[in-house]
Design a protein around this ligand. Sequence first.
Ligand SMILES: Nc1ncnc2c1ncn2[C@@H]1O[C@H](COP(=O)(O)OP(=O)(O)OP(=O)(O)O)[C@@H](O)[C@H]1O
Ligand SMILES: [Zn+2]
Length: 898
Amino acid sequence: MRFDRISLRNFKCYEDAQLRFDSGVTVIHGLNGSGKSSLLEACFFALYGSRALDTTLDEVVTIGAEETIVELDFTHGGESYRVRRRIRVSNGDARTAECVLDGPGGTTEGATDVRGRVTSMLRMDTEAFVNCAYVRQGEVNKLINASPSVRQDTLDDLLQLGKLEEYRDRASDARVGVGRVRDDKRGALTEVEEQLEAKEAKDLHERHNAVASELSETEAQIERYEENQADAEQSREAAIEVIEAYEEKREELTEIEDDIEQLRERIQETERKRESLADRASECREELADARDERDESLGALGIDAGDDLDSRVSERIDSVEAEIDDLTNEIRELSVTKTEHDNEAERLASEADELESMAEEKREEADELADELAASKEKLAERRERLDEMATEIEEKRAAFADAPVAVEEASAYREEVAEELGDIRERRSELSAQLDGEREQVAEVDALLEAGKCPECGQPVEGSPHVSDIDERRERVAELEGELADAEAREQARSDDLERARELEEIATEVQRLNSDRENLEQILEEREATIEDKERRVEQLREAAAEHEADAASSREAAEQAREQAQEYKAEIAECNQQKAELDDRLGTLNALSERLDEIASLEEELANLRSQREEKETMNGERRDRLGELRERRSDLQAEFDEDRIEQARKRKQKAETYLDEVAETLAELESQRADLQGKLGGIEAEIDAMAELRERHEQLRETVERLDSLYEEAEQLEDMYRQLRSELRQRNVESLERMLNETFDLVYENDTYSRIEVDGEYRLTVYQKDGEELDPEQLSGGERALFNLSLRCAIYQLLAEGIEGTAPMPPLILDEPTVFLDSGHVSQLVELIDAMYDLGVEQILVVSHDDELVDAADTLVTVRKDSTTNRSTVDRLDDVQGIDKQALAASGD
Ligand SMILES: Nc1ncnc2c1ncn2[C@@H]1O[C@H](COP(=O)(O)OP(=O)(O)OP(=O)(O)O)[C@@H](O)[C@H]1O
Ligand SMILES: [Zn+2]
């Protein structure tokens, strides 16, 4: 195994550092505290994690940093691997955030799994690694200081003897397990053997034979008894037959006696009935005599002779009387209908007369009233005529006013309108003239004033020659003209105004005349109408009086007719009474006839009954005769049966039956006993057979168990042998290892420690180490001096590496030999020996050796020199590496690193 490269980030004093490793001897040097040990620790930590630390995980993280990353590349068995760990600090607590091992076998993740894989690859756990490969600062003596048992475990593990122990344990477990099963099976076998012995002691087959012969004897007995039983049953049956025949006859006899008794009773019963029939017949005869007497009486009363066909004759008579009665009844009904009609007529007429009379009265009253009214109307009419005449005079008077008027009465209104219109026109003309006159007068006055001032008022020119002044005279003439016209107009206005006054008066009178005329016309019309009404009323009075007279005449004739009707009704009533009389007589006769008919019926039915009674009696007589014959027969049969009975024979039969039954009871008991005996024996036999079967089964089981136990025994032996073999192998191997180790240790120790003090070193089976002095004295290695101990220890490690290289099949782990300050206890002479030892180990096959040292001699022996420096200002370390340093002035280099 070989480290190839380490890469650090924030690991202790390193901020960021990479270092490549090569085969051969690498010497790391630098000042105290520059970080040399930390570099080796980093490699160890990369492989084993926190187990590799004496301290807690957070101490590897650079103070103040949050994350540390360590990566180690290494080669093992010709293959490359890389392990990477990342530590995170949070809240002062450091934990592994990432841990990965990459290699040909795949990727392993997680601190535990990675450590497991590394351990099995190197065949070293943390402890073994520091015991063997990694000599930490001040721990050079670790292996010899360790107790022999720790050393033993470490070496056994390294040399894979531990595996053998494991196999031995497994074989032992298997042996114990097999032993347990075998013991169980043995127990079971013993049990089965005991059971078998117990069963064999019982003599099962002999018992089986004895029980079987007893059973066949019992069965023979049962057969015999069953035969006897059948015989007894037969004789009992025969007896029962005889007894039953006897019982049958007895029954018949009893039946016959019953029949005889019954027959006798019936005969007596029938005789009684015959007697009662005779009684009834004599009653009938008496009744018949009575009925015949009554019939004869009726015949006499009705005058009918008692000849042939009496029945039909009587019924003919009844029919004719009934017809007569019917006719009469109809007649009476018709008569009373007519009578009622007449009664009703009389009543109707009487009330009619009443009505007519009252109507006449009414008419007359009305006529009187009307007459009174008429007288009053005539008076009023006369008064009105007078008024009419007055009105005519009034109108004449008014008309007189128009005698000297310019118009007639009828034109008064038109005349007034004409005058009023003319007056209006005149007035208009008059005011026009007066206005014109005022204007002219004003202008004349103006011109006069101008003339006085001498200037024209229009143009301001001198008045002389002005157009305005020149027509002044014309104007004065016009004023005069207008004044004349006005006076004329005023005069006409006065005249017309007077005319209008007169026209108004006339119009008024004309209006009055008109009104009076129309009033008179109205009155005249009314009067005419009234006069016509009076004539109408006078006619009406006359009519009413005539009508009243007519009604009275009618009433009188109605009363007469009513009287006649009443008389007729009276006549009908008398007729009806007569009819009723006749009908009563006929009813009487019908009653007599009906009674006669009933008697005749009675006589006929009595005669019939008598005949019937006679025949019944005869019938019963015959029946009893027959019964008496039957009675004789029965009596004969009874005496026959009574003669047949044989009491002795029956008594014998009864005895035989009794005997058979007794025997049957006994035999049933015996048989039951025998059968239960047989069942017992069969049960026993079954039990024995089952036991025999069980014994066979047990034998089989016994055989199986025996075989199993045998097999288990041999298995147990095998396991024991295996266990022994592993134990032996281990101790043999260890012995061989011990011998080799002893030889190698002596050789190495001789090589590095050339003096005469010690003769040899002894390693015993428990890896106990003893040093022998030349004089033969024994010495514990701890008693050696510091330097001696260091050399001894290194020799031991060297021997172990040698053993590993020789003694292990497959890839020997051979991890790099790491020595931190190994020269501390050595004098200069022994440093050279150390260098030789290192060379020897390299030759042995330890591919890589890492040494931390200041020693010049060691620096000289290095293939690669690594210098570690720490920057005093930042307190951070760096690494430098120098390859192929053989032949260069390494001391100078090393010195320059200091
Ligand atoms: N977690 C950490 N963070 C920062 N620095 C640390 C941490 N742990 C240790 N150191 C420092 O790292 C330095 C490394 O010491 P280390 O033991 O590796 O040095 P060295 O070269 O082996 O010294 P010596 O020759 O004395 O053995 C020390 O100075 C220590 O203070
Ligand atoms: Zn003028």
